[in-house]
Design a protein around this ligand. Structure first.
Ligand SMILES: [Zn+2]
Length: 161
């Protein structure tokens, strides 16, 4: 007797109903949540020096999401040396005028066991592969160097040599 193929029974998985189903969270509310984090980063890591104003939060969240992509790709811890800077701090540390750090779009980073020049190359590759937002990428090779990455949206590359 031929085996007749029948469609499997439709299995209905009960949906988890949120407690406050009638409250719609729009993006703005999510972005202003105090506890925003990606798998490996929290917003507070970008605002160790200066508190990020509410209007710059979306920039900071986009930056964190991109840093998480780098983190996931390299599989090594990343430390954020400098994240958001207000104008006063930016002047104090002799940052570039209109630095993307003052827009919460930039981070100076270092990765465990990866030399800054290698981290720079990895990030550049991720951008070329369109896995990461296009932006500014700077290599600082001085002892204990670092990599600057920002999400300015257009390509900029520089090194300190
Ligand atoms: Zn920087």
């Amino acid at each position: 007797m031929a085996i007749k193929k029948i469609n499997p029974p439709l299995i209905i998985t009960p949906r988890v109903v949120p407690k406050f189903d009638n409250i719609e969270l729009d993006e703005t509310e999510i972005e202003t949540a105090e506890d925003f984090r990606t798998e490996h980063f929290t917003l507070s890591e970008l605002e160790r020096a200066c508190k990020i104003p509410d209007n710059l939060r979306p920039n900071a969240l986009k930056l964190l999401e991109n840093l998480q992509i780098i983190r996931t790709n390299i599989g090594k811890p990343i430390s954020i040396l400098s994240g958001y800077r207000d104008e006063a701090l930016n002047i104090k540390v002799k940052g570039a005028q209109n630095s993307y750090h003052t827009k919460a779009m930039a981070a100076d980073i270092r990765a465990t066991d990866i030399a800054p020049k290698d981290l720079y190359a990895i990030i550049d590759k991720l951008i070329r592969e369109k896995k990461l937002s296009e932006g500014g990428l700077g290599l600082y090779t001085r002892p204990n160097g670092w990599v600057h990455y920002d999400t300015r949206g257009f390509k900029a590359r520089w090194t300190d040599y």
